[in-house]
Design a protein around this ligand. Structure first.
Ligand SMILES: [Zn+2]
Length: 194
């Protein structure tokens, strides 16, 4: 399936939610063509991650809108496209879990030391990784803030550091949520944090 654009249409907060989605596939409309009854499980997106350096783990599940079924008129019922269902604790194109990303970002902001905060994770990644991840966070910041503004007002804190304000806003928005703030962001807003 390389080279095929796989849209993310869902971020699940837990394995239970993914299982639930699977059981309802036959009554769920395809996000592309809206057909009901054509969705089938289509494997997983696997990758290495932090807690498992040797074997790949499941990062997302793929669902296929089957076009093998044909209507009376001879046209395919499903559209043949694929979409992915991500787990909220995984971050796309990143080896760190959502929890570790949160620890890194909040640690870097509070200590002012990105490398130091990153090394505490013992991720096994190179020392240049925290700077790449930080730049990715800064790029996403405007979108993150816009999304958070729809949930609650930013907290009343005085800071000249935009990253600190963004993370404080994130923490405030999800303080009651059972998942860590970045996983909660994905599961609640159905959009990738970075
Ligand atoms: Zn479809």
């Amino acid at each position: 399936m390389l080279g095929v654009l796989v849209l993310c249409s869902r971020i699940c907060s837990s394995k239970l939610e993914l299982d639930d989605l699977y059981t309802r596939l036959k009554i769920t409309p395809c996000p592309h063509c809206k057909t009901v009854g054509s969705l089938i499980k289509h494997g997983f997106l696997r990758g290495y991650d932090q807690n498992n350096h040797l074997n790949t783990t499941i990062r997302a599940a793929r669902v296929f809108c089957s076009n093998r079924r044909v209507s009376r008129g001879g046209s395919a019922i499903g559209c043949g496209r694929t979409f992915s269902v991500w787990m909220a604790d995984k971050i796309k194109h990143l080896f760190l879990s959502a929890d570790s990303l949160w620890q890194f970002l909040s640690g870097a902001v509070s200590s002012g030391n990105k490398l130091g905060a990153f090394r505490k994770l013992n991720s096994g990644l190179s020392d240049s990784a925290p700077y790449h991840i930080w730049r990715r966070f800064l790029k996403a910041q405007a979108a993150i803030r816009t999304a958070l503004a729809g949930l609650c007002e930013p907290p009343q804190i005085v800071s000249d550091c935009p990253a600190q304000l963004t993370l404080a806003h994130l923490q405030k928005a999800f303080k009651e949520h059972p998942l860590s703030p970045i996983a909660a962001f994905g599961a609640t807003l159905q959009t990738f944090f970075i």
